[in-house]
Design a protein around this ligand. Structure first.
Ligand SMILES: [Zn+2]
Length: 287
């Protein structure tokens, strides 16, 4: 038996999807490149993943992203919006790269049990979710419907070593001139109108001779829980290495009563109010 207080949202919510689709359309099939200091930045953006294949069901098309996702992911459901073509990649000279892609991020979502999100018995959430829970108990394998991923990038041809070196956060607060910037959204789900789960990646290359990349998973179950899982990467020109800091932060709403509610709704501000639960720091470098 499932714990009745561990809820799962329905898929019916489409409230803000139009807005997101507009944003996505603006990014459709965009490809950007920028080079500086031995690093090359590549940002790819394309259409949302189709909800069904455009070819006959009998054949598996090797070039069909829908087939690829179905085959490689064990998840029973995908987020409402999956930007399968979006990717942010940083090449180190020509030896290797680190990238943020949607498929690898979703591979790290728990596909065989429900998330540890306890919802109060009296909440609107629970009453509105009863049918859905029943449906899942009857037909579906449980999975983490918050789509929480601890993904911190896909590394290819580079060396990863633990380090005690930290990112200079003060430098990132400076308003240095930006030579290049780009951002992509990898997936988003409205959690059936009860919050949001979103994964996005952005980069900023400064004329001063360094760059900053942020992969941010932001998850809000309204009135219950806030979670941010950030990966920050900072590199100096011609160093051939970057520091990568991964942090999981979260807090229950009951412990956030002192915080301005507007700040908690803001993807770019909420993280500052959440305590660090887990952290990993490494150095990614040319071998
Ligand atoms: Zn297909």
């Amino acid at each position: 038996m499932m714990n009745p207080s561990t809820m799962m949202p329905s898929r019916g919510s489409r409230r803000n999807i139009d807005e997101v689709m507009c944003r996505a359309a603006a990014h459709a099939k965009k490809e950007e490149f920028f080079k500086q200091g031995g690093f090359e930045f590549q940002s790819l953006a394309g259409h949302i993943l189709e909800s069904s294949c455009k070819h006959s069901k009998e054949i598996q098309e090797p070039n069909c992203l829908k087939c690829k996702y179905d085959k490689e992911l064990a998840l029973d459901e995908l987020p409402e919006m999956v930007f399968a073509r979006n990717c942010l990649r940083i090449h180190f000279q020509s030896t290797g790269f680190i990238e943020f892609n949607t498929l690898d991020a979703l591979k790290m979502v728990i596909s065989d049990r429900l998330p540890d999100v306890q919802v109060g018995a009296s909440s609107a959430w629970q009453s509105s979710r009863k049918d859905r829970i029943q449906e899942i108990q009857n037909h579906q394998k449980p999975f983490d419907w918050t789509f929480t991923t601890h993904y911190k990038g896909t590394v290819n041809g580079l060396k990863v070593t633990p380090t005690t070196e930290r990112i200079d956060m003060e430098r990132l607060k400076r308003r240095d001139a930006i030579a290049f910037s780009s951002s992509v959204i990898l997936f988003e789900d409205e959690l059936a109108d009860h919050g949001i789960a979103q994964l996005s990646a952005r980069c900023r290359v400064m004329r001063e001779g360094y760059f900053f990349v942020l992969l941010r998973f932001y998850m809000r179950v309204d009135g219950v829980l806030l979670r941010c899982c950030d990966t920050r990467i900072v590199g100096d020109d011609n160093s051939g290495k970057v520091i990568r800091e991964w942090q999981l932060r979260e807090a229950k709403y009951e412990n956030l009563r002192h915080v301005d509610p507007e700040a908690l709704l803001d993807v770019d501000r909420a993280w500052m109010h959440l305590p660090i639960v887990e952290e990993q720091i490494d150095c990614v470098s040319v071998d």
